[in-house]
Ligand binder design. Sequence first.
Ligand SMILES: NC(=O)c1ccc[n+]([C@@H]2O[C@H](COP(=O)([O-])OP(=O)(O)OC[C@H]3O[C@@H](n4cnc5c(N)ncnc54)[C@H](O)[C@@H]3O)[C@@H](O)[C@H]2O)c1
Length: 259
Amino acid sequence: MTRVLLTGASGRLGTSLRHRFAAAGRAFLATDIAPAADGAAVALADLADPDAVARLFAPDISAVVHFGGLSTEARWDDILQANIIGTYNIFECARRAGVRRIIHASSYHVHGMYPMADTPIGLGADLRPDSLYAVSKIFGEGLSRLYHAKFGIDCLAIRICSAGTPGTSREARIWCNHDDLGRLVERALDMPDLGHCTVFGISANEDALCVNTPDAGLGWVPQHGSAEVTPLAGAPLDPDDPRNRHLGGIFATWGHPDD
Ligand SMILES: NC(=O)c1ccc[n+]([C@@H]2O[C@H](COP(=O)([O-])OP(=O)(O)OC[C@H]3O[C@@H](n4cnc5c(N)ncnc54)[C@H](O)[C@@H]3O)[C@@H](O)[C@H]2O)c1
């Protein structure tokens, strides 16, 4: 039996995936820099430490679900260590260990500087990062392309939109339900020929700001929409709210994190 290495296993989405994998009887090794709040077994390792990451790759690890790292804007050195060096360590240790599949968390913030008037954004749109965090996600997507094209590793980059409960009509348009995301990850783990894919992690929301066109060919159809969790679904965007000027919302309004 082979196992999946799940990074970020103590985080919000990692916890959700951990529970999903356990319920499905999927064998996995959970890792994070911090212990899990629910007391589950998590191998502690800093993604920025190549030796610690290499030790996670036991011979039975066949795939990686990489959800660890900083999940918002942060000072450059923190982004560099956790997201850039950390993601490199995951891809490179996976390659050296003979792992054939990597599913990793990117973000819709790679398009965050698009003016709202230009939405919805499709998968082929130019990259317009709204933060150093988003630049680190573009680095991860670059690794994904390289390690697929040159080393034949199947890769899925998921540009996750907003997985928290929507508090604004903008967030209702980019909501990503955990069950939809979990089915996407499971599909990418189990489908025979993944190749290289990029997809928005977004549910079937009214007036969605990001759309999965052209179709990524994954056969994944979201089953949920934000109307099930908020009356803000489909409500107009307040034009006076500065968070509604760009796709990336508040990220697009922030200055440099080191100032
Ligand atoms: N939640 C969302 O709406 C959303 C949207 C877009 C992208 N994403 C991406 O999805 C992934 C998971 O998001 P989340 O909401 O669960 O984030 P989270 O912050 O809740 O979890 C991230 C986990 O990574 C761990 N981590 C941070 N630095 C680390 C390091 N140096 N070494 C090892 N582990 C480290 C943290 O301890 C944490 O448990 C992240 O990559 C995030 O950027 C999330």
